[in-house]
Design a protein around this ligand. Structure first.
Ligand code: NAP
Length: 489
């Protein structure tokens, strides 16, 4: 069944890779079917790119870098700003396209387009602020100056869970810094990436500055990580693939940004405002059907409020509506594909077998092959699979704790270190716990924390580098020290 999404501007639906300013059919001549996870219908067929196409994209980016790096910051800011404006004008089409290929509820897709665009707008502004520094000279006749320069060609490999924003968060700061980019989007969601390239072309980026290659991840990944022309890899995805890519980048010693998986604790103390905590829990847990790297993965709830929190969470979760994300009133769409269903089912079943009690959901829903219902598990212990692994599905796993020390120990009992949440009205406790948590980001009485103005990123096995904020361009710039001598002559 073929079901092409109806867009006001049908030219946003591109089905070939974008290399050196041209829409290329690709040498591989193989076709990738893009399916709607809610209906199973094919919404488009994309001609894939292979290693040779990727090499051409890298060479084009390398050629374009020579000119792009010499443009003034004002010129770069202007084109980025235009890209932002075109994105906002096309927001509804981009959201419809995203829901069709990714499945998330339409209001969430609309939110993601605005969120992604906010990074383009922000880095259009930040482009003008990539200043250097002047230091004291080591001798009377010298002065020390540092300037910032773009690293060169950047490869960006991105996941399907935020098909627009994960690209915008990398490409906008890279282009603002004067770098050029080759993006490899996820095979499940290439259409959002190609639509971004279409708008970037209209905005006026010169050919070769922004390339998108769609195709086999291993083949394209090997080319991007192996090429000496690529100076930097920015990756968002699983920790397992991040480790592999890091190895592949070692021979050419590329700089890397690694935005990897999470296993977020959501700690609720007995002095928390429970209305706030439940509202935050719903947002943090079920957004994108639980498929975000910052989703609450483990609810750690203090003994005396454990039963009440569980009951209230089940009641509030019962208000959510699972269905086709394009339908009115639906709050949660399907999971991305049947492998995701198998993974979530496996983690839930194994945890129930190990002694967790399922108080809601727990079996794939009867709406289509990619639907998993909102699920709540209680009496989860640290040895269980839902505690140890990133679930990436709409499953709330509840564990009880006695005191602050135990909450911190449980929260840190994982390799991951992306995002954590703490709910308590005791300001001293919130600070103490936030400082003790081994995470790159902490929501303090807040369930949604991402913004273009704040630094997003993790520690430990969640990776390194920061996206967004005034630090967001640092990953795409080298610092060059200039020692100015001869001042005495
Ligand atoms: P994934 O399997 O690691 O895939 C991410 C990207 O890597 C996709 O484009 C994928 O291509 C590509 N890829 C896979 N194997 C590759 C290889 N051998 N060589 C080169 N590229 C390869 O992750 P995912 O399942 O799509 O995304 C979910 C993960 O991303 C979760 O762990 C989540 O926490 C993490 N994530 C982290 C952040 C953050 O900011 N820290 C944000 C969002 C998501 P194909 O899709 O075509 O296979």
């Amino acid at each position: 069944m073929q079901q092409v999404p109806a867009l006001e501007d049908q030219r946003l639906l591109r089905t070939t890779s974008y290399v050196d300013g041209a829409w290329e059919a690709g040498e591989a001549r193989e076709v990738l079917a893009v399916n709607n996870p809610a209906t199973g219908a094919t919404i488009a067929e994309v001609r894939t790119a292979n290693a040779a196409d990727t090499r051409r994209a890298i060479e084009a980016a390398h050629r374009a870098f020579g000119e792009w790096r010499r443009t003034t910051v004002k010129e770069r800011a202007g084109i980025l700003r235009r890209w932002y404006e075109l994105t906002i004008e096309a927001a509804e089409d981009l959201a419809v396209l995203m829901t069709a290929e990714q499945g998330k509820a339409l209001f969430e897709s609309r939110g993601e387009i605005q969120y992604g665009a906010s990074f383009i707008e922000w880095f259009a502004e930040q482009a003008k602020r990539a200043d250097g520094d002047v230091f004291s000279g080591a001798t009377p006749h010298t002065r020390a100056v540092c300037i910032r320069q773009p690293v060169g060609v950047v490869a960006a490999i991105t996941p399907w869970n935020f098909p627009n924003a994960m690209i915008a968060r990398k490409v906008a700061p890279a282009l603002a810094a004067g770098c050029t980019v080759v993006v490899k989007p996820a095979e499940d969601t290439p259409l959002s990436a190609l639509a971004m390239a279409e708008l970037a072309e209209r905005a006026g980026f010169p050919a070769g500055c922004f390339n998108v290659v769609v195709g086999n991840p291993q083949e394209i990944g090997a080319e991007l990580t192996g090429s000496p022309l690529v100076r930097k890899l920015s990756f968002t995805g699983s920790t397992a693939v991040g480790k592999l890519l890091e190895e592949q980048c070692a021979p050419t010693l590329k700089r890397t940004t690694m935005e990897l998986g999470g296993n977020a604790p959501f700690i609720v103390f007995d002095d928390a405002d429970l209305d706030d905590a439940i509202a935050g829990a719903l947002l943090s847990k079920y957004r994108n059907s639980g498929q975000t790297c910052v989703c609450a993965n483990r609810f750690l709830v203090q003994d005396s409020i454990y039963d009440e929190f569980c009951e209230r969470l089940v009641a509030a979760t019962g208000e959510l509506v699972l269905g086709n994300g394009a339908d009115e009133g639906v709050t949660q769409g399907p999971l991305i594909n049947t492998e995701a269903i198998a993974k979530v089912t496996g983690l839930v079943n194994a945890s129930i077998e190990a002694g967790a009690e399922c108080v809601m959901g727990g079996k794939p829903a009867d709406l289509g092959e990619c639907f998993y219902p909102h699920t709540v598990l209680r009496d989860v212990t640290p040895d269980m699979p839902v505690f140890r692994n990133e679930i990436f599905g709409p499953v709330a796993a509840l564990t009880r704790f006695k005191d602050e020390a135990e909450a911190i120990a449980l929260a840190n009992d994982t390799d991951a270190g992306l995002c954590a949440y703490v709910y308590s009205r005791d300001i001293g406790r919130v600070w103490r716990v936030a400082e003790a948590l081994e995470y790159g980001m902490v929501g303090m009485n807040e369930g949604i924390i991402s913004s273009e103005m704040a630094p997003f990123g993790g520690v430990k096995a969640s990776g390194w580098g920061r996206e967004g904020s005034r630090y967001g361009m640092d990953d795409y710039m080298d610092i060059k020290y200039l020692c100015v001598g001869g001042l005495d002559r």
